[in-house]
Design a protein. Structure first.
Lengths: 116, 112
């Protein structure tokens, strides 16, 4: 298995533009998580899905952020409009069953977003 | 919500020594606690999970302890090697295991 695949690896965009981050979880994993990592705040959970259904989006900073999981093999995180304070590394992770019972999360390599 | 502290931002040790990293939390004791390793430019990689009823878990040169009375987990790397240099994060379960909240991490440097 190729692991959790995120694209793009790097994204530089101008303030006000729409940004879409993509994630392909590991086949067979039924939970998917979006995290954001910054030096100041560390790893923060934004939203997670179980069997393609959003379970908890309380970590989504504001209405400018939205996430979808149209099927078991694809998820997107969209920021519209983007702002400089959104600059961070965004990670997608997936897990099988109740996360962490034995195997923990499998993270992707992340998307480094820079908003100028 | 849970507040998690990990010992100093950075820890330097000599090759061959045992590295000990701490993870302290303030609120409820989680049912599970995990440790991850993160290398620069990469996502975290799962290392070990320990349950609240387990005092200790081992995997090769790694050992994790979990003390719910002290609200603390210790992560040990014995016979440390320069290749062990990385940031190590602890993660505590929330919402009955539905998700995990991560600590800020400790950057470990093993000097040859």
């Amino acid at each position: 298995d190729a692991g959790v695949i995120q694209s793009p690896r790097h994204e530089v965009t101008e303030m006000g533009q729409e940004v879409t981050l993509r994630c392909k979880p590991i086949s067979g994993h039924n939970s998917l998580f979006w995290y954001r990592q910054t030096m100041m705040r560390g790893l923060e959970l934004l939203i997670y899905f179980n069997n393609n259904v959003p379970i908890d989006d309380s970590g989504m900073p504001e209405d400018r952020f939205s996430a979808k999981m149209p099927n078991a093999s694809f998820s997107t995180l969209k920021i519209q409009p983007s702002e400089p304070r959104d600059s961070a590394v965004y990670f997608c992770a997936s897990s099988l069953g109740q996360p962490g019972l034995n195997y923990g999360y499998t993270f992707g390599s992340g998307t480094r977003l820079t908003v100028v | 919500s849970q507040k998690i502290e990990q010992n100093s931002e950075a820890l330097n040790i000599q090759e061959g020594k045992t590295a000990t990293l701490t993870c302290n939390y303030t609120n409820y004791s989680p049912a599970y606690l995990q440790w991850y390793r993160q290398d620069p430019g990469r996502g975290p990689v799962f290392l070990l999970l320990i349950r609240e009823n387990e005092k200790e878990k081992r995997k090769e040169r790694l050992k994790v302890t979990f003390d719910t009375t002290l609200k603390q987990s210790l992560f040990h790397i014995t016979a440390s090697q320069p290749a062990d240099s990385a940031t190590y994060l602890c993660a505590l379960e929330e919402n009955y295991g539905q998700n995990f909240v991560f600590g800020p991490g400790t950057r470990l440097s093993v000097l040859p």
